[in-house]
Design a protein around this ligand. Structure first.
Ligand SMILES: NC(=O)c1ccc[n+]([C@@H]2O[C@H](COP(=O)([O-])OP(=O)(O)OC[C@H]3O[C@@H](n4cnc5c(N)ncnc54)[C@H](O)[C@@H]3O)[C@@H](O)[C@H]2O)c1
Length: 335
């Protein structure tokens, strides 16, 4: 297939691009590099540096795309609470521009990076796709708006749409060089980093003094927030399955997680064990918009997509993130 990947210089989009190319697809990456990294771009993909607001210049009626995979977004829930206008513009207005261009270009398939943040404070755990979404953050709301738009586009225009609601993505895609084939290392490098595991690794590597945990008075076993961590490689494989399973006129929604929650303090312990380094922790006040616990039921993805995670264990996820961090970020300096 000829596929347009928005946000393909980012963490998840770069790994999915790698797998799409390896599966023989023809990929055009559109990214304005506002948070992405040029070195994460796959050399075999065609790269267009542009804002998704201007996507109609690439996604023209004669461009012949068979599908769009839409990752480009702003992703920091905390920032979305203080700069909501930015999040609505990039995440929702930008996605609507992309959907409109896709409709005018007759693109049949659309796979969207949605998020567990659409559920807000869920009323069940693990969370199924039938749970009523009620986001507590602006970020979650901007993503839910796109999910709702996709349902409309599928119903009205026959789009084959899939929303993948990721829980906490972590780990790295690491492939050793084989003969002439170069090695690949794609991992998380947000700046500023807002995700727990990469921040904890920065502390373990001595690049930050301490790790701040936001709140220890949540209604969870140890009072810290509970999240479901999914390896980026497992998540990426689900996108290829979703492309194949997309059905004209239907909008399918799948949660992607491991069905297992870890508290922030449990993650800290896993990072201490994997790295062998001390990890000072400071408890800070709660952050606005943070739900207490988000754990996925991914039964639907398993049943309908045939998706099975290959690396569900937290220590393995942390170990891959640590390998990436040492090799790519520290240049092999830490041990
Ligand atoms: N990382 C996670 O844990 C997580 C969890 C749930 C959902 N998601 C979703 O997955 C997607 C990818 O997340 P990520 O962690 O890879 O983020 P990322 O910041 O690493 O990647 C986003 C990419 O989109 C690009 N981009 C942003 N706005 C753009 C615009 N207006 N025009 C063109 N390019 C633009 C950035 O330059 C970057 O390369 C996002 O849609 C996010 O909401 C991520």
């Amino acid at each position: 297939m000829k596929l347009l990947v928005t946000g393909g210089a980012g963490y998840v989009g770069s790994v999915v691009t790698r797998l799409l190319l390896d599966a023989g697809h023809d990929v055009v990456v559109l990214d304005d590099l506002r948070t992405g990294h040029a070195e994460a771009l796959a050399p075999e993909a065609t790269f267009v540096r542009a804002d998704i607001a201007d996507v109609a210049e690439v996604l023209t009626p004669d461009s012949g795309f068979d599908g769009v995979l839409h990752f480009a977004a702003l992703i920091a829930a905390g920032e979305s609470m203080v700069r909501p206008e930015l999040y609505w513009t990039v995440n929702t207005v930008g996605s609507l521009a992309l959907l409109d261009a896709a409709r005018l270009a007759g693109v049949p398939r659309f796979v969207f990076s949605s998020t567990a943040a659409v559920y807000g404070n869920p009323t069940e755990s693990p969370i199924r796709e039938t749970s009523t979404p009620l986001p507590t953050s602006t970020y979650g709301a901007t993503k839910l708006a796109v999910d709702l738009a996709l349902t409309s586009m599928a119903t009205a225009h026959g789009l084959a749409a899939v929303s993948l609601r990721y829980f906490n993505v972590a780990g790295a895609y690491l492939r050793a060089p084989v003969g002439e084939r170069p090695g690949v290392a794609l991992g998380e490098r947000h700046d500023p980093e807002t995700h727990l595991i990469p921040i904890a690794l920065q502390v373990a590597a001595g690049r930050r003094d301490k790790l701040q945990l936001f709140g220890d008075d949540y209604p969870t076993d140890d009072g810290t927030c509970v999240r479901d961590y999914i390896h980026v490689e497992d998540l990426a494989r689900a996108h290829l399955l979703a492309l194949a399973a997309a059905k004209p006129g239907a909008h399918q929604v799948f949660n992607l997680g491991n069905g297992c929650g870890f508290s922030n303090l449990q993650v800290v312990e896993a990072v201490r064990e994997v790295t062998g380094h001390p990890l000072p922790v400071e408890i800070a006040p709660r952050r606005s918009g943070d739900p207490a616990a988000l754990v996925a039921s991914a039964e639907r993805a398993r049943a309908d997509l045939g998706w099975t995670p290959a690396k569900p264990a937290l220590p393995e996820i942390v170990a891959d993130a640590w390998t990436f961090y040492q090799e790519q970020v520290l240049g092999g300096a830490a041990s």
